[in-house]
Design a protein around this ligand. Structure first.
Ligand code: PLP
Length: 357
């Protein structure tokens, strides 16, 4: 089947096959990677290779630390303010959608002044973000946070914002999907379960000058400075997630890296949006300039057909298409592991469903 779930999401078939083959006998040790110590030289080599591969894939400059963290994307919602803003600080958040709202609420627990600079809004051409000219930025923000790809809303900000404060980006659903200038960011973080690996795991890429400022009561496992010093092994890390992520990084390199991935992702998204736009039966609610290339929400003209659509899609091997419970409708998540053939199969199914309806 082609799995369009938003997360945990489809992983590359090749990676899953390799993991299956190595499950009981990793690295010729006769045991699973899950069963050896994270301090074992073989695991340390895996961990270091994973970091090196990610650095290569994303062209991460040397003055950034790469951390393998616990607690998924939401864990970072609290880690960010605790690590790089004092309790009396001001921080700026662009409210891009549902995940931004959760991040804002979490930041409010740790920082006194959380300034929402702008938000998503309805326009004649669909949902969009407030334009940069209208953002109410603070003069003294410790950082500016935004979510370049809002997974639930299907809204994306394709240009990196031009702001003074260090930029913090929640890239949970678009990391590694296209080339990126990492040097424009203070922190990039991502829950792993979309473009990287298993859930509960997260990658945080942090510029070194931002380290060393954690609030005194920051829990030690969420302290970036400690994790940087301990090579993300302050406590026992999620070794299996780390291993699977390492396999995904190697798979990405074999695909030609993020440049090649970016081209395929553009082709996939164009195929789906072009079809939706050509039909009166399906509708995408987002302004064309703000459409996500990873998560494509769409609505049927008659929502009473939603149940039949999902049932028949599943019968055709197209699963995970139900929209998020907050917004309803459908959503096709087309992360790196989704091949163009999956999107073509979806479009064929949608065309046929419309014809029969
Ligand atoms: N941020 C974004 C953009 C997401 O899509 C998600 C979730 O799936 C999260 C944060 C939360 O991630 P987690 O469930 O790993 O905490």
């Amino acid at each position: 089947p082609f799995n369009f779930s938003a997360g945990p999401a489809m992983l590359p078939a090749e990676v899953m096959k390799q993991a299956q083959e190595e499950f009981l006998n990793w690295n010729n040790l006769g045991i699973s990677v899950m069963e050896i110590s994270h301090r074992d030289p073989a695991f340390i080599r895996l961990a270091e290779q994973a970091e090196q591969d990610l650095r290569e894939l994303m062209a991460i400059p040397d003055n950034y630390q790469v951390l393998f963290m616990h607690g998924g994307g939401r864990g970072q919602f609290s880690a960010v303010p605790q690590n790089i803003a004092g309790p009396n600080a001001t921080v700026d958040y662009l409210n891009c959608g549902i995940w931004s709202e959760f991040a804002i609420r979490e930041a409010q627990k740790y920082v006194q002044h959380v300034n929402v600079v702008g938000a998503a809004e309805q326009t004649e051409q669909g949902k969009a973000l407030a334009p940069r000219e209208r953002w109410q930025l603070s003069d003294n923000a410790a950082y500016f946070h935004y979510c370049p790809n809002e997974t639930v809303d299907g809204i994306a900000l394709h240009d990196i914002p031009d702001v003074q404060a260090p930029i913090v980006a929640d890239m949970s659903s678009n990391i590694l999907s296209e080339p990126l200038d990492v040097s424009r960011f203070g922190i990039i973080y991502a829950g792993a379960q979309k473009n990287i690996g298993p859930s509960g795991f997260a990658i945080t890429i942090v510029r070194e000058d931002l380290l060393g400022h954690a609030q005194g009561n920051t829990s030690t496992i969420m302290d970036y400075t400690v994790q940087a010093k301990e090579r993300s092994m302050y406590n026992t890390p999620n070794t299996f997630a780390w291993y699977l992520s390492a396999l995904v990084f190697q798979w990405l390199k074999r695909q030609g890296g993020v440049a090649a991935m970016g081209e395929v992702n553009r082709a996939k998204a164009a195929k789906l949006y072009d079809f939706i736009d050509s039909s009166d039966f399906y509708r995408n609610p987002v302004h064309p300039n703000y459409r996500s290339r990873m998560n494509v929400p769409f609505l049927l003209a008659d929502e009473r057909l939603d149940g039949d659509f999902l049932k028949q899609a599943a019968q055709a091997g197209l699963i995970g298409l139900k929209g998020h419970r907050f917004v309803g409708g459908m959503r096709a998540s087309i992360y790196n592991a989704m091949p163009l053939a999956g999107v073509e199969a979806l479009v064929d199914f949608m065309r046929e469903f419309e014809r029969k309806a």
